[in-house]
Ligand binder design. Structure first.
Ligand SMILES: Cc1cc2nc3c(=O)[nH]c(=O)nc-3n(C[C@H](O)[C@H](O)[C@H](O)COP(=O)(O)OP(=O)(O)OC[C@H]3O[C@@H](n4cnc5c(N)ncnc54)[C@H](O)[C@@H]3O)c2cc1C
Length: 411
C-alpha cells in the first residue's frame, strides 16, 4: 500500500498501473458472519487476500432459516456459491400471506421458475448453517489462513494511511483498511461513531426448526413459503434443508422482557400461549417444536447511520445497517454489501476511492430498506388481518427490492 501513494493520480493508464498495487492492500474484515464472509469471498475472487478476524473460538451459525431473495442470490452466485445453493437450498414454488385465525391464503404469489424468469435468479430458502458452511469452506479453499478465530476486536488506531487493530487476546494487526462486519451490536461501529441508541420495539421474536417427521402424515405447507398476519402477532414459516425442517420466526407484541440475544432458549408453553388463537395449520408445527430448538429474543430498533466510513475504516452488513427482521432482508443487504465492496476495490485505484465508491453505492439503498423494515413492523404486527389483501401487501417484492443485482449495478 505504501507504493500506492507514489502512484500518479487517476486516469485509465494509472488505473491499470495501480491494479497490481491494490491487490496487495491489507484488508482486515472484523466478523465472520454471512456478510463478512461474503465480503471475503468477493475480494478473494477478485485477487485480494483479506484476513477475517472472528471473536468466536469456533465458527457456527444459529439454527434458523434464511431467505435468499433474487437480489441476494445474484450476490451469492457472484461469490461462487450458486451450485452449493442449488444443492442445499429449497426453492418454494409459491409464497403468500395468510390469515392467522382462518389459515386462509390472502395473497398468493409465484416463485420457483417465475422468479428466475423475472429477476434472473431464484428465490431460495436455506438453513443458515448450510449457507455459512458453504462460505467458510470456500474462503478457506482460497486461503487456508484467511479466518483467524478467537480474535475479538477491541479497538483501533489510524496512523497515517495505516490502521492498527487490537484484539481482546492481546494480538495486534496492521492493515491498510478495516471493515467492521461484526453484526448488530458492532464494536467497530461503536469505535467509529459511538454507541447507537437502541429502542425496544415492544415486540419479541420466537424462532424454531421443526423436523418434518414430527408432522402428521400428508402434512403440507401451502403456500410453501408464507407470512401470516394477525392481531399484534405475525409469523414467517417455510421449509429448509431439502424440505426436512420447517423454519419459523414468529413475532408477538409483548412487554416486560428485553433481552436481545439470539441464543436464549424459551419454553414451548410460552410460545403456544402467545399463539393460542392461531389456526391449527400453524399450531400443528409450533406445538411439535423440539424444546431444545425453541428460542426468543427482544427486537430493538436503531436509526440509520448518516455516514459509515471514517479514514481507513468502514462498516458492512448489520454493523452498518442494523435492521428489524420484518422484511427478511438483513442478510440480503449484507450479501449485496460484500459483493459491492469487492467490486469497488477492484475498480478503484486507491483505498480511499474504493471506500468512497462503496459507501456511495450502498448507504442509500440500505437506509431505505432499514426504514421500510421498520414500517413493515406496523403492516405485519398491526391488527389488520381482516382487511389484508394484494393492495395492502407492500412486501419486499412489491417494493422492487428483488430487482437489484449487486453484480452489475454501477459502482
Ligand atoms: C428472525 C430473523 C429472521 C431473519 N430472516 C432473514 C431472511 O430471511 N433473509 C435475510 O436476508 N435476512 C434475514 N434476517 C437478517 C439476518 O439474519 C442478518 O441481517 C444477518 O445475519 C447479518 O449478518 P452479519 O454478518 O452482518 O452479522 P452477524 O451474522 O451477526 O455476524 C457478525 C459476526 O461478527 C462476529 N463478531 C461480533 N463482535 C465481534 C468482535 N468484537 N470481534 C470480532 N468478531 C465479532 C460475530 O461472532 C459474528 O460471527 C433475519 C433476522 C432475524 C432476526
Amino acid at each position: 500500500m505504501r507504493a500506492e501513494r507514489q502512484l500518479s493520480p487517476r486516469g485509465s493508464s494509472a488505473n491499470v498501473a495501480n491494479w497490481g498495487f491494490m491487490k496487495n492492500t491489507r484488508i482486515a474484515l472484523i466478523g465472520a458472519g454471512i456478510a463478512g464472509l461474503t465480503a471475503a469471498l468477493a475480494l478473494q475472487r477478485r485477487g485480494f487476500r483479506p484476513v477475517v478476524y472472528e471473536q468466536a473460538p469456533q465458527l457456527g451459525e444459529v439454527g434458523a432459516g434464511l431467505t435468499a431473495s433474487p437480489n441476494s442470490t445474484h450476490g451469492l452466485e457472484d461469490i461462487g456459491l450458486g451450485p452449493g445453493l442449488a444443492r442445499l437450498a429449497c426453492k418454494p414454488d409459491r409464497a403468500g400471506a395468510l390469515h392467522y385465525r382462518t389459515g386462509e391464503v390472502l395473497v398468493d404469489q409465484e416463485r420457483g421458475e417465475a422468479a428466475l424468469r423475472q429477476y434472473g435468479a431464484y428465490y431460495y430458502q436455506i438453513h443458515r448453517a448450510d449457507l455459512h458452511n458453504l462460505q467458510v469452506d470456500a474462503v478457506r479453499a482460497n486461503d487456508p489462513a484467511a479466518i483467524r478465530l478467537n480474535h475479538a476486536f477491541a479497538g483501533f488506531r489510524q496512523i497515517g494511511d495505516e490502521v492498527e487493530v487490537s484484539f481482546a487476546n492481546g494480538a495486534k494487526a496492521t492493515a491498510d483498511v478495516v471493515i467492521g462486519c461484526d453484526g448488530i451490536k458492532s464494536e467497530v461501529r461503536a469505535a467509529l461513531w459511538g454507541r447507537l441508541p437502541a429502542r425496544f420495539t415492544g415486540n419479541v421474536a420466537f424462532r424454531g426448526l421443526v423436523p418434518i417427521e414430527r408432522m402428521p402424515p400428508g402434512f403440507k405447507l401451502t403456500p410453501m413459503s408464507g407470512a401470516a398476519v394477525g392481531n399484534k402477532h405475525s409469523m414467517a414459516r417455510y421449509l429448509v434443508r431439502d424440505g426436512t425442517l420447517i423454519n419459523f420466526a414468529a413475532f408477538a407484541e409483548k412487554s416486560g422482557w428485553e433481552n436481545e440475544s439470539w441464543s436464549m432458549r424459551c419454553e414451548l408453553s410460552e410460545l403456544l400461549a402467545e399463539f393460542h388463537d392461531w389456526h391449527e395449520s400453524f399450531r400443528v408445527f409450533l406445538s411439535a417444536t423440539p424444546p431444545e430448538n425453541c428460542f426468543k429474543w427482544a427486537l430493538f430498533d436503531r436509526d440509520p447511520l448518516p455516514q459509515w466510513t471514517k479514514g481507513r475504516a468502514s462498516l458492512l452488513g448489520d454493523a452498518a445497517h442494523p435492521m428489524l427482521p420484518f422484511l427478511g432482508m438483513g442478510a440480503a443487504m449484507g450479501i449485496e454489501d460484500g459483493v459491492i465492496l469487492g467490486r469497488c476495490f477492484e475498480a478503484a485505484s486507491t483505498v480511499d476511492e474504493a471506500l468512497k465508491r462503496y459507501e456511495a453505492a450502498r448507504r442509500e439503498r440500505t437506509t431505505m430498506v432499514l426504514l421500510a423494515s421498520r414500517a413493515a413492523q406496523d403492516r405485519l404486527q398491526g391488527n389488520k388481518a381482516d382487511g389484508y389483501n394484494k393492495e395492502t401487501h407492500k412486501n419486499e417484492e412489491a417494493m422492487g427490492l428483488f430487482g437489484y443485482n449487486p453484480r452489475i449495478v454501477p459502482v
